[in-house]
Each structure stands twice: as structure tokens, then as C-alpha cells.
Design a protein around this ligand. Structure first.
Ligand code: PMP
Length: 410
């Protein structure tokens, strides 16, 4: 029984937790791994000659190897970051620095070069690129979304040009559950000679990823959305690109030689991991990917496919509720965001909470998308491996009560 593996869910048997796209719950094995590490092996990594440092470093680098294997990467292509937002900023800031002449001319943007995103991006994959454009004189362009909030490779192509140097898109939208055609995006980028940056925040926790096979240049995801702790995220980059990208943050642990006027950096990933590392969080993330691997990503995918169907059916069963994103029957991730006619999302969220159902309300860090959809906020229910059909049934029943409760059905 999966739910029993999660102490918080076991402690609150009545809780219907449908907010895993915001953050996931942690299994006992992850909590135990963090605790055991702190109790038995904790020390700073890489520096020092003690046995404790050796054990700590082994745990730290061992987790890197397992996370790398989990997403089809080599260990030196995995950079620890604070979260996905931080990982995306490391790429954006590095490109800004390269454009300012700090090494790596191949990564430099010039005035009138173009950065291409979509109108559906999370702010974490939008604002850093706005900043790069402001710093370099590059132009930010975007693929427009259709009325349902999804986009197509044709829309992306229409917004591209021979000046496109970077294409940065979410693999899975955290609002609509739309799954991007990554192979087509990579093919378009290659045709244009552009780099691909994949925001894999909502895909890495849910589907078996092979980043090398996908052929993306960079990818970012967060530990806390995949059963791991907060405070740890991952930047994936192809080895030669990471070694060409100027480190966004500099300081201890990143260098080979320092003089009073200059510094030489270590190869990736160490060149990016400035300061004392979040070793406990890394160990927790390692245990999280162990749990996911043991559960089986194919089994997880099958489970979530079923839940995605149930979630869309639940929404379709309630009059006056508009489903954002792919229409029922089309493929989507196991999340639904809805607009309830006549009731503000915050009221919907509060009502569902009164029925013991935890969902997300607001713009979900995607204001431009909500604006395009003609709303300021939506209500999102998202599933994970511990979500059950009963959870979705409880959501459906409570959702049906919302409009009558607020008198919006009259
Ligand atoms: N991108 C997407 C698609 C997301 O869903 C999120 C988290 N809501 C992020 C980026 C940012 O993740 P974090 O807050 O963990 O940095």
C-alpha cells in the first residue's frame, strides 16, 4: 500500500492531498535516509582528509550517480542547485556572463539574437530569459497558445527565426498538464542552431526521462516535487556546454587556482557548486530516486494515466466548470486546472479544504497564460503515486457542491 509509506498521509488518513505538482510528500525511506546520514555520516564534502569527509563525499557523489542514471545522464552532467528555478537561473546568468565576454564566445548572445519561449511558461522559465534579453540586447519571442492554453510545434516554429539561439520550454505545463512535443522542439532547435533548455519540473517526477536520448542541451528539475526534500534541485547540461558556461556564482569549492586578480575553475559540475553544499538534501534526493526506481516509472506512468482520465472525467461531470488544457481524451499529465463559473478560485480552494481536499489556487506562477485564458486564477488538482481513485472521487463530489454552495448555479 503506497500511502502507508508516507508518514504525513498515514498521520492524516482523512487528507485528500491533490497538490503534488506544488510539492510532493516524502516517503519514510527518504526521511530515514536523511536522518541516518545526519546521525552517522554527516560532514562537509570534498575538503578535508577525515574518514567522515570520505563517507559524506561518497554519499553525496553516490546520489549524483543515481540521479544521473535516473534521467539518462552522466554524473558530471548533473549540477546540484537549490531548485529548478535556481537551475534555470544558472543557465540564464551563465549565458548573460558569456555575452558580456566572460569566456565561451559560442554561448554569447548578440543584439537581435532571439530567445524563444511559450506563452505557457512558469515564471521560472520566463523571467530569467527576460533578464538575459535586457542584459544582452537579445529579443524575447514566444509561441502563442491556443484558446485551451496548449501550443503546437507549428506555433513554436512560427515564432522562431534564423536568429533564434535558445528555445526554452516546459516539458509538462504545471497549469494545463500539456505535454510538449520535445523531439520536435529539439529538431527545430537543431535546424536553427539553437540550444534547447527543458523545464522538466513536472516531467522528471512522473515519467521515465532519458535526457541524452531526448537530445536537450540543458534541463532543470526540483527534488521536492519527486519525493525528495526542498532545497535541492538539478541542472542537467551536456558536458561540453557545462564546461563552457561561466559559473553564475563563484567562491569556494569551484576552483583549481586563485590569485589576487584571477581564478581558474574546476570542470563541471564542481565549477557551479559554490560554497558548502546541501549534502543532506542531496542524500534525500538520492533516496527519493531509489524509491521511484523501485516503484517503477512505467508502473507510475500507468497509474497516473488512469488518474488523469479520472480527473478529467471528474471535471467533465460538473456543470459550469471549465477545464483548462487538453480536452478530455487527449493526452495530459495527471493534473487538472479548472475555472469554476461564478466562483473565485480562492473560494473554491477554501471550500475544498473544508472537505479535507488540498488543492492549489492562484495563477500557479503563470500569469501570462492565465491572462491569455481570460482569468486571473484557477484551481488545480494534481496526482502522484500515492493518489487513489477514491481521492479523485472525493474531489469530484466536493467540486459538484461548489457552485450550489456559493449560489453560482442560480
Ligand atoms: N517550472 C514548473 C513547470 C513548475 O511547475 C515549477 C514549480 N511550480 C517550477 C518551474 C519551479 O520549481 P521550484 O519552485 O521548485 O524552483
Amino acid at each position: 500500500m503506497t500511502r502507508a509509506d508516507f508518514p504525513l498521509l498515514a498521520a492524516h488518513p482523512e487528507l485528500v492531498y491533490l497538490d503534488s505538482a506544488a510539492t510532493s510528500q516524502r516517503p519514510a525511506s527518504v526521511i530515514a535516509a536523511e536522518r541516518a546520514f545526519v546521525e552517522h555520516d554527516y560532514a562537509a564534502v570534498h575538503r578535508g582528509a577525515s574518514e567522515a569527509v570520505g563517507r559524506s563525499t561518497e554519499a553525496f557523489e553516490g546520489a549524483r550517480e543515481r540521479v544521473a542514471r535516473f534521467v539518462g545522464a552522466q554524473p558530471d552532467e548533473i549540477v546540484w542547485a537549490e531548485n529548478a528555478t535556481d537551475a534555470l537561473n544558472i543557465v540564464a546568468l551563465g549565458i548573460s556572463d558569456a555575452s558580456a565576454g566572460l569566456g565561451a564566445p559560442d554561448l554569447a548572445l548578440r543584439e537581435c539574437d532571439e530567445i524563444l519561449v511559450t506563452e505557457a511558461e512558469h515564471h521560472a522559465n520566463l523571467i530569467p530569459w527576460q533578464r538575459v534579453a535586457a542584459r544582452t540586447g537579445a529579443v524575447l519571442r514566444w509561441a502563442e497558445v491556443a484558446d485551451d492554453g496548449t501550443w503546437t510545434i507549428d506555433a513554436l516554429r512560427a515564432a522562431s527565426s534564423r536568429r533564434t539561439r535558445i528555445i526554452a520550454v516546459a516539458h509538462v505545463s504545471n497549469v494545463t498538464g500539456y505535454i510538449a512535443p520535445v523531439a520536435d522542439v529539439v529538431a527545430l532547435a537543431r535546424e536553427l542552431g539553437a540550444l534547447t533548455v527543458l523545464d522538466a519540473c513536472q516531467s522528471a517526477p512522473h515519467i521515465s526521462l532519458d535526457l541524452a536520448a531526448l537530445g536537450v542541451d540543458f534541463a532543470a528539475f526540483s527534488g521536492h516535487k519527486m519525493l525528495g526534500p526542498t532545497g535541492i534541485g538539478v541542472l542537467y547540461g551536456r558536458s561540453e556546454l557545462l564546461n563552457a558556461l561561466p559559473p553564475a556564482r563563484t567562491g569556494g569549492s569551484t576552483i583549481t587556482t586563485v590569485t589576487m586578480t584571477d581564478a581558474q575553475f574546476l570542470p563541471a559540475p564542481q565549477r557551479f557548486e559554490a560554497g558548502t553544499q546541501p549534502v543532506t538534501q542531496v542524500v534525500g534526493l538520492g533516496a527519493a530516486v531509489d524509491y521511484l526506481s523501485a516503484f517503477g516509472m512505467d508502473r507510475l506512468h500507468a497509474h497516473e494515466r488512469e488518474l488523469a482520465g479520472l480527473l478529467t472525467d471528474a471535471v467533465a461531470s460538473v456543470p459550469g466548470v471549465r477545464l483548462l488544457g487538453p480536452e478530455p481524451g487527449r493526452e495530459r499529465a495527471s493534473l487538472v486546472s479548472v475555472d469554476v463559473d461564478g466562483v473565485h478560485a480562492h473560494d473554491v480552494g477554501q471550500f475544498l479544504d473544508s472537505r479535507g481536499i488540498a488543492v492549489r489556487v492562484g495563477h500557479h506562477c503563470a500569469q501570462p497564460l492565465h491572462r491569455r485564458l481570460g482569468i486571473t486564477a484557477s484551481t488545480r488538482a494534481s496526482a502522484y503515486l500515492y493518489t487513489t481513485p477514491d481521492d479523485v472521487a472525493a474531489f469530484a463530489a466536493a467540486l459538484a457542491e461548489v457552485r450550489p454552495f456559493f449560489g453560482a448555479d442560480r
